[in-house]
Structure formats: C-alpha cells, structure tokens
Ligand binder design. Structure first.
Ligand SMILES: Cc1cc2nc3c(=O)[nH]c(=O)nc-3n(C[C@H](O)[C@H](O)[C@H](O)COP(=O)(O)OP(=O)(O)OC[C@H]3O[C@@H](n4cnc5c(N)ncnc54)[C@H](O)[C@@H]3O)c2cc1C
Length: 365
C-alpha cells in the first residue's frame, strides 16, 4: 500500500534525504517537503555571504528543484502544528495533511532576550533578517553605526569579522561582540586566542563575561546594571527550539529539542523522525552545528526508507572529532581538531572548497 512521508524543514539532513530519493526513488511512496522558502542556505558559507565573498545564489540550495528531481511534492510554507498521535499536521496555509511517517529537520533559532519597543534587533538564525538589515543600512546615508553582536560562540565571531571585512573602508561603523561568558568556551583555548587576535586586527571590540538582560532602543542593559550604547543589535545567542516544537505532542529534551533514539525516531512516537539541530539523540552530546547535521542525512534517509518497508533500522554512529573551520572575514579561517588550532589563508581555502563541494552535491544537473 502507498505510504505518505512528510518531510518538515529543508535543513542540512533533509537535503541529503532528497538527494537519496532522487537517486533511488522508492516505489509506492507519496512524499512531500514543507519549507517556508524555496531555498535553504549552506550554513558554512553564511559568513562569506556577509563578507561579500559569495553571492547569495552561490550559497543556497534550490529546494524546489531538488524536490522536482526527487519527485517530492514541495509546499512553500511552514508547518504550524504537528499532531503525532493522529498522524496529521497543519500547514501555514491552513491545510491539514495526514501521513504515515514524518521527519523533522527544522533547525533552531537564536535564544531571545527581552526587547523594548523601538529597539532594532535582528537574529542570525534565521539569517535573512540580518542580511536585509545590512543592505538597508547600506542603502541609506547615516552618520555612524554601532552594531552590537550578542553571543559568545562561533556564529558571533564569524558574523562580527565578516561585517568588519565588509565595511573595512568605513570609519563610521563600529562592531562589537558582547559575550555572556568568555568567547568560544566550547572550543580549545587556542581558538579563543586566535579569534581575539583577529578581532583586534580588524577593529572588532570584545566585551566578555557580560550577559545582556534587556535591549532598549539605544542601549543594552547588562546583568549587574551597566549599559552599552547600541543602534543595531544582532542576536547570535545560544540556540532555542523553533516555535513548531511547542505545538506538538512529541517528547522533548531539557533544551527543548526533540528527543529521539539513535535511529532518529521520536522517543514517544516511533513514526516521527527528527535530525539536525532540532533533535537530541539519546546518549549523545552533539553541538548544534551544520557539520553535525550534514552526516545525519544519509542514515536518516536509509532509516526512513527502511521504516516505510517495515525493515530494521540502523543506529546512527556519531563522530565527535570532526574538523571545524571558523571564518575570520578576510579569507582566513581557524582550523581546529583534536584540541589543536591554527589559522591561515589555507584554512579558508579548505573551508571554501569543502562548502562548495557540499553544495554542488545538491545541484543535480
Ligand atoms: C552566521 C552563522 C554561521 C554558521 N557557520 C557555520 C559553519 O561554518 N559550519 C557549521 O557547521 N555550522 C555553521 N552554522 C550553524 C548552522 O547554520 C546550523 O547548525 C545548521 O544550519 C543546522 O542545520 P539543520 O539541518 O539542523 O537546520 P537548518 O539548516 O537551520 O534548516 C532548517 C530549515 O527548516 C525550516 N523550518 C523551520 N521551521 C519550520 C517549520 N515550522 N516548518 C517547515 N520548515 C521549517 C527553516 O526555514 C530551514 O529551511 C552557522 C550558523 C550561523 C547563524
């Protein structure tokens, strides 16, 4: 009997599922993908898009075309609610869709901070509002601009340095990172040293160990009472679950992500799967990062197809020691693995070539 599989979110794992479906279309399957836009960003190339090294078209996967190749129906809309008990979802255009199996790869968003009306705040996740704010600021004449990037992780550093490179000739644009902890605490100490050195070279100021309690139109109020002036505030804070995850009856982990077993099945509804940043795989600690979402795609695809055939599923084997590459804005990058870290132009070329190879896999011409 024909089974219906609904893919929710066109994230890094699901694009690989689509590729596998295009290469080996399953018989007797009705498959659809829901995503709010017809394309999805290659996360590794985002800092290069901001810096101006890539055109947006070079850094986006055409989900709509990939779906056509995979004979998957594409719905350009978000999913608003998922009723796992009744095997149904509600899309953003008010339609109800029934399914036999569903899979979520919806990523996550930046952790919100209380904001007063009138404050200009954009998030790095999803990135589109930041890109729109950058071009808006560039399209109007302004005396000066103070950009505060709130966050302590790789995204905060990469965005700050990409903006510094983009505006390198402009004296009236100041960029600053405000970090709740020390910068890059989840990385080997040498990564922080190299990142701080790059920030100093490119005029990015760094305020560490200061949490932002509230964002007002012209200032950040820090926990402890101090204030910092701001005009545009960019949230690169830790991750939070997307709104949809509050609208489901699926089991969730302490951080709000979906609790799944090693075969990506929800721990309370085995016909629902999840992978990437929105999932928490039992027994594994996996950082929310594209380098960890990408390798989940192929085993997720295999398990979805096996589940449709009622075949046994294969547990995912996580490799924590992957090479991580942090862009430093000026076509240099930090490469880190096994507790070591080095920076250089070669690391950026490596990152550039890895990202281009990855994105080219999804242009099935
Ligand atoms: C500035 C920046 C730089 C980064 N650089 C790197 C890097 O160099 N290397 C790296 O590994 N990682 C990097 N990351 C992290 C990376 O972006 C994420 O970890 C990665 O994209 C997560 O992939 P994913 O598959 O979980 O979901 P995503 O790639 O986030 O995709 C989720 C998709 O689901 C869609 N979606 C969301 N909600 C719904 C809904 N309700 N219904 C339907 N669709 C929905 C979204 O629109 C999106 O298309 C960076 C992040 C940022 C912000």
């Amino acid at each position: 009997m024909k089974k219906t599989l609904l893919l929710i979110g066109g994230g890094h794992a699901h694009v690989e599922v689509l590729r596998q479906l295009a290469l080996n279309p399953p018989p007797d399957a009705d498959i659809a993908l829901f995503n709010p836009s017809p394309s999805v960003w290659c996360s590794g190339m985002l800092p290069g898009v901001i810096a101006g090294h890539y055109e947006p078209a070079e850094a986006k996967i055409n989900l709509w075309a990939l779906c056509q190749r995979a004979r998957v129906r594409f719905f350009e809309t978000s999913v608003l609610a998922l009723d796992a008990s009744n095997l149904a979802l509600e899309s953003g255009v008010g339609e109800r869709h029934r399914f036999d199996l569903a899979s979520l790869d919806v990523g996550c968003v930046s952790q919100p901070i209380p904001i007063s009306p009138g404050a200009y705040v954009v998030t790095v996740k999803p990135i589109d509002s930041l890109l729109a704010a950058i071009t808006e600021f560039e399209s109007v004449r302004s005396a000066s601009l103070m950009v505060r990037i709130v966050g302590a992780g790789a995204a905060a550093v990469e965005v700050a340095l990409a903006l510094a490179y983009r505006w390198r000739g402009s004296k009236n644009r100041q960029i600053s990172i405000v970090a709740e902890t020390r910068l890059l605490v989840d990385y080997p100490p040498r990564v922080r040293v190299l990142a701080l050195r790059a920030c100093k070279t490119h005029g990015v100021t760094v305020v560490e160990n200061n949490a932002v309690a509230h964002i007002e139109p012209t200032r950040l109020r820090l926990v402890g009472g101090a204030q910092l002036d701001t005009q545009l505030t960019v949230l690169a804070t830790t991750t939070a679950p997307v709104a949809l995850l509050q609208q489901t009856d699926l089991a969730r982990a302490a951080d709000g992500s979906l609790q799944v077993n090693a075969s990506f099945q929800s721990s309370n509804h085995t016909h629902i799967f999840a992978a990437g940043d929105c999932a928490n795989i039992s027994g594994l600690t996996i950082a929310k990062s594209g380098v960890f979402s990408v390798p989940q795609g192929a085993p997720l695809a295999a398990n979805l197809l096996a589940s449709m055939r009622n075949s046994p599923l294969v547990p995912y084997r996580h490799s924590p020691n992957v090479l991580k590459l942090l862009a430093l804005g000026d076509k240099r990058a930090i490469a880190t693995r096994f507790g070591l870290a080095v920076a250089g132009k070669w690391a950026w070329r490596w990152k550039d070539s890895t990202d281009r190879k990855w994105i080219n896999r999804y242009t099935l011409d």
